[in-house]
Each structure stands twice: as structure tokens, then as C-alpha cells.
Design a protein around this ligand. Sequence first.
Ligand code: UDP
Length: 253
Amino acid sequence: MARRTKVYEGKAKVLYEGPEPGTLVQYFKDDATAFNAEKKAVVDGKGVLNNRLSEFFMAGLNAIGVPTHFIRRINMREQLIRAVEMIPVEVVVRNVAAGSLSKRLGIEEGTALPRPIVEFYFKDDALGDPLVSEEHIVAFGWASQQDLDDMVSLALRVNDFLSGVMLGVGIRLVDFKIEVGRIWDGDFQRLIVADEISPDSCRLWDVKTGQRLDKDVFRRDLGDLADAYTEVARRLGVLPSNATHLTKPTLIN
Ligand code: UDP
């Protein structure tokens, strides 16, 4: 195959030009970063797992009418996606207090919230992705009020879908982050879910034991990140069939 033209490289993914206009190829790397890339590691197999898991969530969302950028998976590490104009805002939905919310407001981690809380963070590594209000977003032109309303409604639909899917396999969806992009159909524009949905961008706790099955395992040195993501994939039935390299070597007698 001809060498692909790289369009963008981020911390965990690379985007290449797609085979047709309006498409991109999204490649999932094994790199793990936290705390604004101050902590870094390579986690063997993470990219393969996140490619599968993001496919699973995005395809499920597409199937229930929540539009996403996902078109189809190409191979172990790549998927074909729609090219979008990214809104420079991260949308976080929280069901249970954890992470920065607990720290900022002094609410104990694990406290169930009275309703899902939607927050916005301005995507700017140099500023450390600060929390911003709708007022900031509209005033600085990052998105319109209509876009914000659409983003909240998308985020809440994703929350309902993901919470249900996770609960079905004994996992509590504590919080997650999505990113949203704009696509144009002729003169019309609409917002769709973009980027990725994976344990890199969610907090997932085992319902019974509270065991962390997400990137906090890496952030807080709680164990093996690939093992945690493999467990999520296994429960959801989306483990790649030829992922033998992801399992520990077994002695053959
Ligand atoms: N999150 C993310 N990318 C970011 C910041 C947060 O995917 O740049 C996710 C994070 O994994 C968690 C949720 O958004 O599921 C809320 O994160 P929080 O604000 O608590 O920040 P953190 O404690 O991760 O710094």
C-alpha cells in the first residue's frame, strides 16, 4: 500500500489522510500519557485494545442514532473515520465524584452525584486544558450557543448508552470525556462524536469491588494498564481474536 500522508499526531493517536475526501485513518498508538504528558510510558497492546473498544462504543452509538465519526475498522490498530472540524473543547460527563471534581470541590471520590454533571474544558496543552464555562466558549467563539446545546445533548445520550452497556458487564461508568466535531452536508452542518471513547478517556470501576479498570491504573500506579483494559474488552466480548500477544506466556506441557 502507498505510504500514507500524516495529517496530525497526538499523544495516543495518529491521523492519516483517508482513501476518499472527507475521510481519515485513525491509528492507535501504545503510548500512555497522564498529567498533561508529564508521565509517559509505552503499554504494549493498548492501541489494539482502544481501537477495538472505540469501535465497539462508536458503532453502538451509530446504531442507536447518536452520530459519530466512526465508519469502519481497517485493521488491529486503524479505523476509517469521517474528517471533522474539531470543536476545541472537551466535554466531560460525571455520574460519580472523582478526579479533578473531587479535588476542586472537596467531594469524596465515589460520592454519587444527584444528576449527571456536564463540564467543558478548553483544549490547550500549554494552559493544561482549563475548565471553562459556556460563557467563555461563546464569548471567545470556540462554539456557538446552539453548538453547546447540541454538545450537551450528545454527551448525555452517550452517557446513557455507555452507562447501560457498562452496567450490563458489572462496570460503573464514573465519568468520561468526549470530543465533538463539525461536519458539513452541503449548506447544513451538524455535530458528531469524534476522537475516541476508550478506557483512556473514561473512569470505569468494577461494580462489586470498586477495582479501577481505566487510565487511573496508570495515573495512580495501581497495576498493569493493559490487564485492566483487557478485562474491559473481555467483559464486553470485543477481545481481538488473534490477540495472543496480549496475554501472558503460558507453559505448554
Ligand atoms: N479526561 C480525558 N482527557 C483529559 C482530561 C480528562 O480523557 O485531558 C477524562 C478522564 O479520563 C476522566 C474524565 O475525563 O474520565 C474526568 O477527568 P478529570 O477532570 O477528573 O481529570 P483528571 O483527574 O483525569 O485529571
